[in-house]
Design a protein around this ligand. Structure first.
Ligand code: SF4
Length: 326
């Protein structure tokens, strides 16, 4: 349903041009959840915002690439055409539900407004749909709740309302940027179950942006691992969790606490990501990688296809690397 090809996005700043996205390609299939994971600043949110058409240009600049959705390249659409897609075919859920909701408007108004902006429906019909959406996201007594303001709801309930607003126009694609980060653990679990349930009921495709591998393990079908503006490994959930091939993915997984191993020491990934004002020519992980070879500093590795869904960008997959290791 969505195909991102060779996407490059940069931002002009007083200090120079930051190359935030450096050739990202992936596909999203109907009804699946693709999790995009990586450290802060790796380009996850910029990718999401580019798909959504939310990159301000300037200072942002889409230097290259395509975002193909329904046979149209979203990077080429004008503001009006983009507005017709935003919130209707593609919706976005942000991290903090309080900033996503208008504190001065009743919940009902906010739900109905989204629907009436994009569809010609009567107020009565829009209200009926708003009640239906609040029920779908598990808010009891929806008719009464429509008359309340955001501050009358808990954090978890507010995020449910944000999800209801995002889904009211029945989008085909939902982009969720760290949707559970601002919530406590029990509410997180409820929201993740809600995503699962909604996807089963509506068949919506979901791109989930997160740094939380626990969240990923719960709801992702496939996982794209981003580092320094590139997808360095992508595969289905089993492949990434049980057979990670990129040293960075392995490092990420080793740095997560495990309940099945007692007194195990956490192993952080030493060092920091490269400066994206002047990204390295070779592998951007080379300065932190325990397996780095001379070639890694000079040349970016080719993408190796490991299975039909699993690819990795690492020189260790090159047949000549085996000789180096032995
Ligand atoms: Fe490490 Fe080289 Fe692979 Fe990069 S390409 S992850 S530096 S081995």
């Amino acid at each position: 349903m969505l195909s991102v090809r060779d996407l490059e996005v940069s931002f002009k700043t007083f200090g120079g041009e930051v190359q935030a996205i450096r050739g990202v390609s992936f596909d999203l299939y109907k009804g699946e959840t693709l999790a995009v994971v990586g450290e802060s600043g790796c380009g996850k949110s910029v990718t999401a915002n580019t798909i959504m058409g939310l990159i301000p240009q300037p200072p942002g600049r889409i230097r290259n690439g395509k975002v193909l959705f329904k046979n149209r390249d979203l990077t080429k659409l004008n503001k009006r055409a983009l507005r017709d897609i935003q919130g209707v075919d593609i919706s976005m859920i942000f991290q903090d539900p309080m900033t996503a909701l208008n504190p001065t408007l009743k919940i009902g108004e906010q739900l109905i407004e989204g629907l009436r902006t994009h569809h010609k429906v009567s107020r009565t019909e829009a209200k009926r749909k708003a009640v239906e959406m609040l029920s779908l996201v598990g808010i009891s007594n929806p008719e009464e709740r429509l008359k309340q303001y955001p501050h009358q709801f808990s954090g978890g309930m507010r995020q449910r309302i944000v999800i209801a607003i995002a889904l009211i126009c029945e989008p085909e694609l939902l982009i969720a940027d760290e949707p559970t980060t601002a919530l406590d653990v029990t509410i997180q679990a409820q929201i993740l179950e809600l995503f699962d349930e909604i996807q089963r009921k509506t068949g919506v495709g979901i791109i989930l942006i997160t740094h939380d591998l626990g969240v990923v393990a719960k709801i992702a079908d496939r996982i794209a691992v981003m580092y320094a503006g590139k997808i360095i490994e992508i595969g289905n959930k089993r492949e990434i969790f049980y057979n990670p091939q990129h040293p960075y993915t392995q490092g990420l997984l080793n740095s997560v606490p495990r309940l099945d191993l007692q007194e195990e020491e956490l192993k952080p990934i030493e060092g920091t990501p490269p400066d994206l004002f002047a990204p390295p020519e070779g592998c951007p992980f080379a300065a932190r990688c325990p397996f780095a070879m001379e070639v890694c500093d000079r040349v970016y590795p080719a993408t190796t296809q490991l299975t039909s869904q699993h690819t990795v960008d690492c020189w260790l997959q090159d047949p000549r690397a085996q000789a180096v290791l032995s």
